[in-house]
Design a protein around this ligand. Sequence first.
Ligand code: ATP
Ligand code: MG
Length: 424
Amino acid sequence: MKHPTYSARQSQLFTKTRKEAPKDEVSKNAQLLIRAGYVHKEMAGVYAYLPLGLRVQNNIKEIVREEMEKIGGQEIIMTSLQRKELWEKTKRWDDEVVDVWFKTELKAGGDIGLAWSHEEPIADMMKNYVASFRDLPIFVYQFQTKLRNELRAKSGIMRGREFVMKDMYSFCLDEAEHTRFYNSTIEAYKRVYERLGIGADTFVTFASGGAFTQFSHEFQTIAETGEDVIYINREKGIAINEEVLNEATLKELAITRADLEEVKTAEVGNIFNFGTQKSEDLGLFYTNDKGEQIPVWMGSYGIGITRVMGLLAEKFSDAKGLVWPEQVAPFRVHLVELQSDNVDVRAEAAEVYRELTEAGVPVLWDDRDVRAGEKFADSDLIGIPLRVVVSEKTLAAGKFECVHRQGGRVEHKSMSELLGQLTA
Ligand code: ATP
Ligand code: MG
């Protein structure tokens, strides 16, 4: 299915760019995104997504969605209000055990939890759909707003108290079936990060926390402002989180400390093998072909959608502003019209806007009555990949000036050449 293309006129866009980010905003991603009008800071760690920001978030989600569908995922949305009893069954209601809970009370009485994760509710829900071995495997995923009472929220949208995660859950017959799916997820995740433009900087990293296995896997991307430290060997493609960097791990992976380079990273995703513990705690069993009751083998697979967006904002930016990669940019073309007293630039720009939009290319058209310098500065800050300038000069030349935001390369193209390039 082809998605509809929405273009927009900048004069109609309610957001404005601003010279300064709020004084209390210390993170680079949020400073850029607030200044360019992508997000609004509601409070520390809590951000609203405005038209430009939501388009980027949706583009990231769409890439992730395509890859989750390819490995058999079925999309759902769980609820944000959760039952205390479920989390008590797995001993995770206690604030000493899970230190990021937001909790509240019903007026009619009784505690409820605000979703920081969905493993327990999803496993419990599956009791309604899993009876026999014929019902498995099941793979479900969602894009959900998670609420976490993070102690420190100083990394902008990379560590939110309210943030969007893609979480997938697998329900398998046994370890062998689980392992096959787990490995296919690793490949799907690699494709996701590749498509997002961070494949070369993202490492599948050995980390702690596998329930039945020794390790879980994190996906860590090299980032200046990342909160994690990992140790990598680029040639061998080995990466180890500092929490599991010890003699035993080095021996197991047949590598020495001297062969590892220390890098700062951001965790953009992680995957867990739960084994059957959670199913046993919550009572999720199936009947096998001998009539025996067997606990379901579970796994969970996360990607931090809004954290990835913050990481891309930081990684793909320069002194002038954002430099979005094509596949996540809010629009593909920033059409900048420079008014003139002599010729009808507006009519020509309207024609370009119409033709590109009809060809399926989303365009942001700067049709505002402001100076050229201001338009260019805003265009640099907003960071759309291709700027197409329509002015008295370009009309006379019969070609538009096309400037690539990344690298600044300038080309001169006619309407048909431009269309050809953008729809190739
Ligand atoms: P971290 O160690 O960074 O707190 P986590 O281990 O708590 O992460 P998970 O609960 O496994 O993370 O969540 C899955 C993914 O969601 C993470 O890999 C990360 O990309 C993202 N994520 C986790 N916490 C946040 C947050 N507070 N804000 C934004 N994204 C987050
Ligand atoms: Mg955490």
